[in-house]
Design a protein around this ligand. Structure first.
Ligand code: AGP
Length: 366
């Protein structure tokens, strides 16, 4: 039927709110609870080929690239294959070496982004094996790839990507599980990830229930001329996407840095006028992150922490506490409060939420 805002004030809020459902659709029929594996029929790869790759290279633009960074970490952690992500536009202009034992993965919500399409075409020309993680069925990028994973997240109308970003990260968890279980991921770890993935939709509902808090925080912080977003390792792509969302829909300047890099330069910016959003999962880097929060607060910087447990006022002015999953899957959940934060910042500032200035939903030209 006709696709409308379904009673929501904006498509963006509708699409953020749909995520328990869209994540369930990305997972549907793909988890095997007997062998703790993922079924991804669209990959068109036999087991031998699946075991043959020595590297994974992920390409996409904008938010697709940031979700690819989450994907690279999932593949390294679960499948123990070296993996990294790069903007598709950079990749295609630097004349990359195309390797036969590398698995290339192109990401696109629309399936029509020209830079990503051109990168895929160049890879194919040079004999590269390319999978697509794509939302739009039958799109140009989907057709060009050798196989892939469809997100099944439904049409995304708002220019800022939300549900496609989340579903892409989920699709990467499935791909990492699949690659891992035909290589050396144990059945016990496979089970842990399968069960973690199944918990996501309900945990996303819990995060959506934090909307009133995020609305308040957005009003409080959106008055700042500029914001810093920091995270370490798993938290870093979350910080990058959080900054991207804020920039594109609220026009508040935001920068994302690895928390560890602050002291190598950007700490000079920190003060009362530049609050920091810090992604602080309860993982092996917790202590390091808490030290960073202390350093920011000691310089008069305000801190909004997003993590798994509230911390002392000495470390953060405000804490958004989200449910924890398995540490490898936590980035998927930590991204969602930042979507609501950006949305409410944009509303508070009276922006054109669904159609931000200067941006198009998909960039089909060079
Ligand atoms: C997302 O919020 C942006 N509007 C943008 O970065 C987008 O993710 C990028 O242009 C890629 O689009 P695609 O996924 O349709 O290829």
């Amino acid at each position: 039927g006709h696709y409308d805002t379904g009673g929501y004030e904006h498509y963006l809020l509708k699409e953020i709110s749909e995520q328990p459902d869209t994540v369930a659709r990305t997972l549907r029929g793909r988890l095997d609870d007997r062998f703790h594996i993922a079924h991804l029929g669209g990959l068109n790869m036999d087991a031998r080929e699946t075991r043959s790759f020595r590297r994974v290279k992920i390409i996409g633009c904008g938010s697709a690239y940031y979700s690819g960074q989450i994907g690279a970490q999932l593949i390294e952690e679960l499948a123990r294959i070296p993996a990294d992500a790069e903007p598709a536009s950079e990749f295609r202009y630097r004349s990359p070496v195309v390797e036969a034992d590398t698995l290339y993965v192109a990401i696109s919500q629309s399936g029509e982004t020209y830079d990503t399409l051109a990168a895929v075409q160049e890879l194919k020309r040079k004999g590269g094996r390319v999978l697509g993680i794509v939302n739009t069925v039958g799109s140009a990028i989907a057709r060009e790839c050798d196989g892939g994973v469809y997100l099944h997240a439904g049409p995304e109308v708002s220019v800022a990507s939300t549900k496609a970003f989340t579903s892409t990260a989920v699709a990467f968890a499935l791909l990492a599980l699949h690659l891992g279980r035909v290589r050396d991921l144990s059945p016990a770890d496979g089970r842990r990830i399968c069960e973690g993935l199944r918990r996501l939709p309900d945990q996303i509902k819990e995060i959506l229930a934090l909307e009133p808090q995020l609305q308040e925080l957005a009003k409080k912080y959106a008055e700042a001329p500029s914001m810093m977003f920091v995270g370490r390792v798993r938290g870093y792509p979350v910080a990058r996407e959080g900054a991207q969302k804020l920039k594109e829909i609220s026009y508040v300047h935001a920068e994302a840095y690895p928390a560890s890099e602050l002291k190598h330069g950007p700490l000079a910016l920190i003060g009362p006028d530049m609050p920091t959003v810090a992604i602080v999962p309860d993982d092996e880097l917790l202590d390091k992150n808490l030290t960073t929060l202390g350093e920011i607060r000691a310089r008069g910087g305000r801190v909004l922490m997003v993590g798994h447990r509230a911390v002392d006022l000495k470390l953060a002015d405000d804490c958004v506490v989200v449910p924890r999953n398995e540490i490898e899957l936590d980035p998927i959940l930590l991204s969602i409060p930042l979507q609501l934060f950006a949305y409410h910042a944009a509303v508070a500032l009276g922006r054109d939420v669904d159609k931000p200035r200067n941006l198009a939903k998909s960039v089909t030209v060079e």
